[in-house]
Design a protein around this ligand. Structure first.
Ligand code: GLA
Length: 580
């Protein structure tokens, strides 16, 4: 079968660089802090003097010291409601309480929506001790009482601040008060903090967000940290160390063009998403009136396909049936919340007729969105080969029409109206599991996201088209077999529960000299099995052996390091699985 290789269409801010040629940095000001404390208590692997890790002695989530364990908060994308998109500065305790009531009464809570977040404008000043003060006219009972009210409903409470000295509406921000604010919010019962990026001229996002992250680490309360630098400073590179979700773009507006523009800017960073770490393409506009119902279905579908946080932004007290049908669709929510946490990707685009695919935890399952961005109705076909399924029958459920089709052989076609979508849950057959000892470069890849140029089989990465790499070379040794990837990369293969060990020699290919900065991770299901920590071209080759006994899938990630995507020719030399 054909490999599935999906190419993120990097936005103009990311420059291509040639093999062995200098590349321009895409993230000025970004620096790597190898000494950052683990977010949630990193495990530790056994590291021998040569720097190799025997991962059979590493517990799930274990890593060497430079990489924190995956966040245990927000293992699936956060779901909730935020005041900004619909109410702007017009917030009050009555409004927030009514929204919490409506979240329960409408079934939103039962569907998984959890966080009730007050955005900007709740705060007015600081007191003599520097403690932030809420607007007493609008919040007469105080924020702690509001948090208590929300908690009593079985919901969680979120609040807004800003990394600068002032928020976007010129209220007091957290700059210089991070520790006090973190302590204050924790004492008030806050479960979620969104930190905005206004009034930050000359500041570096990675550095500034780390200050609040470090403060939150001291307060003894689990608080989800939502970074809102609008994509500044390339948060998809470092955001998972600092928080659980990071905005990838500027603000959404309630119209088709804005929503689609955000999809196109955010989706190229798909390889960064995984359990506990999410690209955030901004809050939902569903139900606010600026798009048609089918356009809102496209919006909600693509947020679910992108494993985006589902933070509703409408008036929950007065939802139309059409709005409820979108926000409460259990099949679509289940795709967003799939435990593998793989961010789906655009597989094919022909004149605005698009096929998006996202692998799901159930073996053989894919979410597929057929999106029509063109001006007229059209038929769109998805072929099993382009979503990494073996040929043959698959069942097809239409998640908006709530209809089961199938079994259907090899492909499925739907008529999709203009500015509309058909969302499918397809369950077919994964390609056959490997037997004996098999090189990963000889197996079908059921999903592959790549940075520059496709990941190469048995060659280094050439950054441009297919088969443009060189001989895999690590530490002066050449390898005939292996994978030449480029950050940010994700390769997935089916193990079918038949394998016991994945092994490889990993490092930056010699063709980059001592340049490049990246890390390797091995995942299966919702678990990180191995993390290399930061490696550069100067880091000795690491030999890894990872226990994959009984696992259905194997996922190999390469993440960018301190110089973003530049020079990141990542070799998984002799990558192989040992199977029955
Ligand atoms: C910025 C953020 C928005 C919202 C406003 C509030 O624009 O990106 O999401 O929080 O500030 O002022």
């Amino acid at each position: 079968m054909r490999d599935l290789v999906l190419s993120p269409r990097f936005a103009g801010s990311v420059l291509l660089c040639g093999v062995l040629a200098a590349c321009s940095s895409t993230t000025p000001g970004s620096t790597f802090d190898a000494g950052s404390p683990p977010a949630d208590g990193a495990g530790g692997g056994d590291i021998d003097a040569a720097g190799s890790i025997d991962a059979s002695t590493v517990d799930a989530g274990g890593a060497d010291a430079s990489t924190p364990a995956p966040s245990l908060l927000a293992r699936t994308p956060p779901m909730g409601w935020n005041s900004w998109n619909r109410f702007g500065c017009d917030v009050s305790e009555d409004l927030i309480k009514q929204m919490a009531d409506a979240m329960v009464a409408t079934g939103m809570k039962a569907a998984g929506y959890q966080y009730v977040v007050i955005d900007d404008c709740w705060q007015v000043s600081r007191d003599a001790s520097g403690v932030i003060v809420a607007d007493a006219a609008r919040f007469p009972s105080g924020i702690p009482a509001l948090a208590e009210y929300i908690h009593a409903k079985g919901l969680k409470f979120g609040i807004y601040t800003d990394a600068g000295a002032h928020t976007c509406q010129n209220r007091p921000g957290s700059r210089g008060h991070e520790l006090l604010d973190a302590q204050t919010y924790a004492s008030w019962g806050v479960d979620y903090i969104k930190e905005d990026w206004c009034d930050t001229s000359g500041l570096d996002p990675k550095t500034q967000y780390a200050i609040m992250h470090d403060a939150l680490a001291t307060v003894g309360r689990s608080i989800v940290f939502s970074l809102c630098s609008w994509g500044n400073g390339a948060p998809w590179v470092w955001g998972s160390v600092t928080g659980q979700l990071w905005r990838t773009t500027g603000d959404i507006a309630d119209n088709w063009g804005s929503m689609i523009g955000i999809v196109d800017s955010s989706s190229p960073h798909a390889a960064a998403a995984r359990p506990g770490a999410w690209n955030d393409p901004d809050m939902l506009e569903v139900g606010n009136g600026g798009m048609t119902d089918p356009e809102y279905r496209v919006h909600f579908t693509l947020w679910a396909m992108m494993a985006a946080p589902l933070i509703s932004g409408n008036d929950l007290r007065s939802m139309t049936t059409a709005t409820r049908t979108v926000l409460l669709n259990p099949g679509v929510i289940a795709i967003d919340q799939d435990p593998l946490g793989i961010q789906g990707m655009l597989v094919r685009d022909s004149g605005g007729l698009q096929v998006w695919s996202r692998p799901l935890a159930e073996p053989g399952a894919r979410a597929v969105a057929l999106v029509n961005r063109s001006g007229s109705s059209a038929s769109i076909t998805v072929n099993w080969s382009e979503i990494g399924l073996a040929a043959g029958n698959a069942s097809v459920r239409d998640l908006w029409l709530l209809l089961d089709n199938g079994p259907t052989p090899d492909a499925y076609t739907a008529i999709v109206p203009s500015h509309s979508v058909v969302l499918l849950r397809i369950v077919g057959n994964e390609p056959p599991a490997p037997t004996g000892t098999a090189y990963v470069s000889d197996l079908p890849w059921t999903f592959a996201v790549h940075g520059y140029g496709p990941a190469e089989r048995d060659h280094s990465n050439g950054e441009q088209g297919a088969s443009d790499g060189h001989t895999l070379t690590l530490g002066g040794t050449t390898y005939a077999k292996g994978i030449g990837a480029h950050s940010g990369s994700l390769i997935r293969v089916n193990l079918g529960g038949r394998c016991s060990t994945f092994s490889a020699k990993i490092g930056v290919d010699d063709e980059m000299g001592d340049r490049g900065s990246l890390s390797f991770e091995v995942w299966s299901g919702a678990d990180r099995l191995y993390s290399s920590g930061l490696m550069t071209g100067a880091t000795p080759t690491k030999t890894i052996s990872v226990d994959v006994t009984g696992r259905s899938d194997l996922r190999l990630y390469v993440d960018p390091g301190f110089d973003n995507y530049d020079y990141d020719h990542a070799d998984w030399a002799e990558a192989q699985v040992t199977c029955q």
